[in-house]
Design a binder for this molecule. Sequence first.
Ligand code: GDP
Length: 177
Amino acid sequence: GAERAAEIDYVFKVVVIGDSAVGKTQLLSRFTKDEFCFDSKSTIGIEFQTRTIVLNRKRIKAQIWDTAGQERYRAVTSAYYRGALGAMLVYDITKRATFDHVARWVEELRANADKAIVIMLIGNKSDLADKRAVSAEDAVEFAEEQGLFFSEASALSGDNVERVLEADRGNPWSGFK
Ligand code: GDP
């Protein structure tokens, strides 16, 4: 209601991008509801979910946007990026191609999003370490070259997901003063 809304000092828009099936929707559900949904279907129609975080004594509503499957048709529009302060660029550590495409997603961000956008590279599905196809070293090197923050995480186990949200660790809202 209006009373609750009045407690919010800022609203941040964060977009989640990356190839299809890397786990974007599941990460979003971990971030906002601390849930992993085993029978997740299409996300068409859901635009964003929110989670309130407290940073420097300000209540910030993180409005985290999902592509709703648009990436399947390479149809993520510039409207999706408009106003975003942060981006979570997700790949799947068990699928090399999803990491190889990360450079293309960075280009797309640089072309469409605000110049000051903070990008967090996330290697998802760290619970599947036995099927690993991308080393953490490769990802660290790429992230350093491109000036991105980086963390591996698992939407399934919840590992490191909170870390991505924490202040002062390098995350989509760490640039906020
Ligand atoms: P999206 O297309 O990027 O939104 O991907 P989804 O969130 O729909 O996930 C794609 C598939 O990967 C689904 O079968 C999920 O259950 C699975 N998945 C997502 N995150 C993880 C994870 O951290 N670990 C494992 N093992 N599977 C995951």
